[in-house]
Design a protein around this ligand. Structure first.
Ligand code: SF4
Length: 271
């Protein structure tokens, strides 16, 4: 039986798509974004990690295994538990990571099972995959949360480790297929939030608008940088290259929101 490597299943999530959801986190990602909030997702293998606990002023270390091989039925039995909440809130299930498309066969089986169970499905993705994989997956995903980071390919390679070519091409494909897509732009000071990059993103998105599609049909979420994951970097022995950056407030992104809205796009701050 096909198994997938999952590092978390979070219930009652409200930031990963509409309504109340259960989010399944896939382990493994082909990117290594400098600002990643889930560095524990990067490796495609289960990893042992030491978690620090503070109990009554005493510090303890606890060994924790990150990543568990699960069958489709094991995941589905978790997902079915909260069906009532999905129904009441128009919510559903979100597949996130890491990059779920790295385990595309397992993901496809799960998506098909969700649709057979009438569950709304959202895929949170970097979009970094082969076109054939996106083509196979897209009929079973009701909504894509699609990251758009950097338009200049050299910058993209520098800050994420990979080229953005398949990412941009797959986004164009999904929009042309009339899929529901929310484009998520992580706003990282001096990296993604530069005049040059914002101008290039606006230009790229404007090209997605044609006679059939209005600019307002392009939905954007601006995600303010925060350093919530900084402690995880040392736990997983990953260099934290954005350590020096200060967290951004939602209010500080209002001028940027206005800039995108002036082009006609539908924009919100936060996920
Ligand atoms: S694509 Fe997402 S999970 Fe992967 S490294 Fe970037 S931010 Fe982290």
């Amino acid at each position: 039986m096909n198994k997938g490597l999952i590092f978390d299943i979070r219930r009652f999530t409200v930031h990963d798509g509409p309504g109340i959801r259960t989010t399944v986190f896939f382990k493994g990602c082909p990117l290594s974004c400098w600002w990643c909030h889930n560095p524990e997702s990067h490796s495609c293998y289960p990893e042992e990690s030491l978690k620090s606990l503070n109990l009554d002023g005493k510090k303890f270390s606890l060994k924790e295994m990150i990543g568990k091989w699960m069958s489709v039925e094991e995941v589905m039995s978790e997902l079915r538990m909260d069906r009532i909440f999905y129904t009441e809130s128009s919510g559903g299930v979100t597949f996130s990571g890491g990059e779920p498309l790295m385990q595309s066969e397992f993901l496809l089986e799960l998506l098909k099972e969700c649709k057979a169970n009438n569950l709304h499905t959202t895929l949170d993705t970097s979009g970094y995959t082969d076109r054939g994989i996106i083509e196979n997956i897209q009929p079973y995903a009701d909504l894509f949360l699609y990251d758009l980071k950097l338009i200049d390919d050299t910058d993209h390679i520098r800050y994420t480790g990979v080229s953005n070519k398949p990412i941009l091409e797959n986004l164009i494909y999904l929009i042309s297929e009339e899929k529901q897509v929310i484009i998520r732009i992580p706003v990282i000071p001096d990296i993604t939030n530069t005049k040059k990059n914002i101008k290039a993103i606006i230009k790229f998105l404007s090209h997605l608008v044609n006679e059939r599609k209005s600019a307002s049909s392009i939905k954007i979420s601006l995600l303010p940088y925060h350093s919530i994951a900084k402690n995880k970097y040392s736990r997983f022995h990953i260099d934290n290259k954005t350590m020096h950056l200060k967290d951004l407030t939602k209010e500080s992104l209002i001028p940027l929101k206005n800039e995108f809205e002036a082009e006609g796009f539908t924009v919100r701050i936060g996920s």
